[in-house]
Design a protein. Sequence first.
Length: 226
Amino acid sequence: MRRLPGGLTNEAWLLDTEAGQAVLRLNSPYREWFGVDRYREATVLAAVSRLGLAPDVWFNDPAGGFLVTEYIDGRTWTAADFRESGQQRKLLTLLAKLQSIGVDLPRFDYLAHLDHYRGQLDHLGIPLPPELADLWRQWRPAIADFQAGDWQPVLCHHDLTPDNILERSGYLYLIDWEYSGLGHAAMDFRALGPDLIRSEAPVVGVLCRLMDGFWFLLREATARTD
């Protein structure tokens, strides 16, 4: 029917089918640049869609590079939703359900993820801005210690931006699960602000800044390539 807005790497189209409207996602060809594991995502999607935390999966072909899901005709969240107490409670309820799901996956390796990004940037000849380079040099040992810590992993979305939260009839759905995995709970709680994080390790905030910073540098490189 039409291409859907949003999405900085993948391409999404609205389909009209005999079974109802659906979303066709065409996966980015730069999966390896961004460290996306489509098979890990497929495992997570199967679990969360079954419990109604994400749109129903109609067809998923990680090797073929596309995904078809139910279309949720709802409202996309805005930054203001994260600041409203009633909306915060809805999201906290959803996160509690998400973090209680058991999936057969290894613990997400944040250090390896950042090292991969750093290696991709070096390979492409993209220099780090001085502030980001200093942050990486200063905090990499702490991130390594954090990764080796004894925290209990839970299922995390890892990309709780307003564009990835849909609301229909007061019920929330999360989309874009390509970075999901068994990670640290604070990585998702950070979306709700520091006051609602119960036991965030100080390194988590820096870890998120580095992941976002490296990702956007790679995103700019893919845009130039396209």
